[in-house]
Design a protein around this ligand. Structure first.
Ligand SMILES: C[S@@+](CC[C@H](N)C(=O)[O-])C[C@H]1O[C@@H](n2cnc3c(N)ncnc32)[C@H](O)[C@@H]1O
Length: 239
């Protein structure tokens, strides 16, 4: 999988993506991150990437030309072009799975300032993605989150593939609670069933706990599970 990150702060990458499992996978070439600075696609001596908004108002807006040209320079095969935006489709495990199955090259446009010229959202990208209902200063952390989520699906990136398949959200459920040694820590004991050696009972306990904690913490996910509703985002990721 190849990620093409478009950012005016290329020094942010690989950042946290360069450590642990992901860092090793990057070194092995299991996925690749290319970083592109829109400033290299400006044509004035100040290398201007932003300008004041038409109609007035606070802050600056990222100009369309450097980002259009930067995306056009990526060539073939055409990547899925994603704009990181607080107004986008909410990022989720299901949307990530869908994108992973369909695309092997993904461009991520990171906004800054007051955001990007609307023509970028309308005409230069295929979809916009939001991490959640809050505003970040830039799209870089969001792009890292998208890269980290997708790269975990790549075989060999996470040591044990069973771990990815049993992670929270995989089956519209949170993962069951987990414990490790010691069995008794300051009087707080590991549930007896987990040290019983009875694998069938352990499995049943885990399913029960996953259902209980999903119902308690995320009734919306739980009801998707109950009705076997597709809880993926509705956006069409066809480019
Ligand atoms: C300060 S924000 C701009 C917010 C914009 N003025 C608005 O109200 O929608 C600058 C950039 O950060 C990124 N960003 C901010 N919040 C985000 C979120 N929740 N998810 C993804 N990207 C976000 C986007 O790339 C955005 O263009």
């Amino acid at each position: 999988m190849i990620f093409e990150v478009i950012t005016i702060f290329p020094e942010c990458f690989p950042g946290v993506l360069g450590i642990g499992n992901l860092g090793k996978a990057l070194q092995k070439g299991l996925f690749k991150i290319n970083v592109h600075n829109p400033r290299n696609f400006t044509h004035d001596k100040h290398r201007t990437v932003d300008d004041s908004p038409y109609g007035g108002g606070p802050g600056m807006v990222m100009k369309p030309e450097p980002i259009f040209e930067c995306l056009e320079s990526l060539g073939a095969p055409k990547p899925l072009r994603i704009l990181l935006s607080p107004q986008g489709q909410k990022w989720s495990h299901q949307l990530a799975r869908k994108i992973f199955k369909k695309y092997s090259r993904i461009a991520l446009v990171c906004g800054r300032y007051e955001g990007v010229d609307e023509r970028i959202r309308e005409f230069a990208v295929d979809l916009d993605i939001s991490l959640g209902d809050y505003v970040l200063s830039g799209g870089e952390v969001a792009a890292m989150t998208v890269i980290e989520t997708l790269s975990r699906f790549i075989p060999g990136v996470v040591g044990d593939p069973v771990s990815v398949d049993s992670d929270s959200f995989t089956k519209s459920l949170f993962k069951f609670p987990q414990y490790t040694r010691p069995v008794d820590y300051r009087g707080m004991k590991v549930p007896e069933i987990l040290v019983s050696g009875n694998h069938q009972k352990i499995e049943e306990w885990r399913i029960q706990k996953a259902l209980e904690r999903t119902q308690e913490k995320r009734p919306d996910l739980f009801s998707c599970k109950l009705h076997q509703k597709d809880d993926s985002n509705s956006i069409d990721v066809d480019a």
